[in-house]
Ligand binder design. Sequence first.
Ligand code: HEM
Length: 652
Amino acid sequence: MKVAPSAFTAILCYAAASSNGVWSSTAFTPSSSSVGSASAASRRRHVGRVSSNLHAVDMKEKEDIAPSTTSSVNGSDETAATDTSTTATDAEGLPWWWEYIWKLPMMQPGTPGTDCTFADGANVLRTNIEQIYGGYPSRDGCPLATGEITDIADGTMFIGLQRYANEYGSPYKLCFGPKSFLVISDPIQAKHILRDANSMYDKGILAEILKPIMGKGLIPADPVTWSVRRRAIVPAFHKAWLNHMVGLFGYCNQGLIDSLYEASAKNDAPAGQSGGKIEMEEKFCSVALDIIGLSVFNYEFGSVTKESPVIKAVYSALVEAEHRSMTPAPYWDLPLANELVPRLRKFNSDLQLLDGVLTDLINRAKSSRQVDDIEELEKRDYANVKDPSLLRFLVDMRGADIDNKQLRDDLMTMLIAGHETTAAVLTWALFELTKHPDKLAKVQNEIDTVIGDRTPTYDDIKSMQYLRLVVAETLRLYPEPPLLIRRCRTENVLPKGGGREATVIRGMDIFLSLYNLHHDERFWPEPNEFIPERWETKYVNPDVPEWAGYDPEKWMNTNLYPNEVASDFAYLPFGGGPRKCVGDEFATLEATVTLAMVLRRFKFEFDSSKLAESKVDIMKHPEDLEHPVGMRTGATIHTRKGLHMVIKKREM
Ligand code: HEM
């Protein structure tokens, strides 16, 4: 079963597409026409002026970022020389009444700490228009990245954003049509946004898109609901439960193992290879869905072995989230749209089906409620508990909010957040190990020694450090999601870190690129190489003195996997600060158990007949030489057309 690419990439692609080929330099130009009557040449001049203003700002900071902006926009130096003297009072590109128009919405009260209003969005838009067309110096201190639309709109947007980070540093600004984003690629700035100034940011666009599906679940929840639900949900992931989950992962994997044995026995590999053909991305997606179903709400999807309307409904919810993000006008909010538009009718009936299943499970859990204090619930003997699901815990908790709608939103959020992400880690771990037979041999040797044919236990996982590092390294190379999304709620100053200081204005949208952080050679030597061993060695970089470096001692004695603290926020596979993933340990344990069970029993090779068709244009995507199955952005990083493998039983 294939999953849908998600929301936020799609937003970019849509928005970028509407900016007609080149973004930023034509940021507010909906078609080939220019703003007002300005010619293309004069438009270029304005952009050049902005660039040089930026240069002036940055000269103050003794940084050199603007020249590349200028040349890449203009393709000439014509404007740079004339514009270096431009100041805020020289703005020529905008009429005299401009200032007054923008004062009107600003008169609307904006209380710090609340969600941003239309006026805040308008203020951001104003800032950008002034920067691009008005000749004002950048109010936020961020350079505008400029380039070809194809850099980001072909499904590997995170790689496009990385190219721009190499050119412009952190943060830089992207403008698409009326929208703009600050792209952050620095660990100190990430720490500020996620941890130190966390309350000054919310989930912005992501919440807007996900709300219709996840309601008030943790990801899109408003701050008040979030803090209540977070306090209830975190204890549900307690130690005894996680310990028990390791056994449940083994149980769910049994279905996967059986289906892999079946595939390996088929012997229908392409010419020149022997074994059976199989698409592993889909298989990992199914097993991860089965695991989430059982562990979160005690529901047996059984998706490894069958298709069902409920499973289809889960994927339909994801597909709809993507579609909505690509649609310029929210037509689903129009009167009668939900009754008249066929895709909305289908989506609503799928969602209704899913809601029905969840409501039924919630009602059943509530009808057998046994209220207890959290401390007592955490001491439950899971070996003798009939229903060990998170839902059971949330319902039984004393003083719990057991409002059906809230529980439904919590479950839906965990269902969506928790299965595609883990499936992606499994996919890329298998991909990298297949590319590196020496590392695969090391992993298999460790699995053979520690668990043999047994189903892994929590203690086994503790003993398989190399396999755990494989999971960690996969999450570094393929962060799921590759970007975090925020919106600024209170104007604040972003620390310089290893980039530049900037003012983030209220209403500004942020992309925090985990992909850029994880692939930056200032923090990770040989950043594009798959080296699980790197996690055993301390690393500091005197060239980035603000960054404390990576120190294995900060996790090895207390945790099973490296984390953001040990890397001073240069490694953020689960985010950081108060909004950090609640399922981090669950997910890493799940990935480790699944890999241990699969790699112990099977050998894999890439299906040679499928590689060529998965590749995109190598001239445009040289990285695909390293990624012979291609990469594509969704909520997670997917392969382009699946991880097609040839599978054989492993002789043990
Ligand atoms: C390898 C698998 C996973 C990865 C890489 C991952 C990654 C992330 C990241 C990066 C965030 C932070 C988002 C942000 O700051 O905007 C997050 C949040 C979240 N994740 Fe995960 N996740 C994984 C598995 C899971 C699982 C298994 C569950 C639940 C069973 C889960 C539930 C959540 C929830 C509820 C949040 C929102 C937390 C909040 O806002 O308080 N995730 N995840």
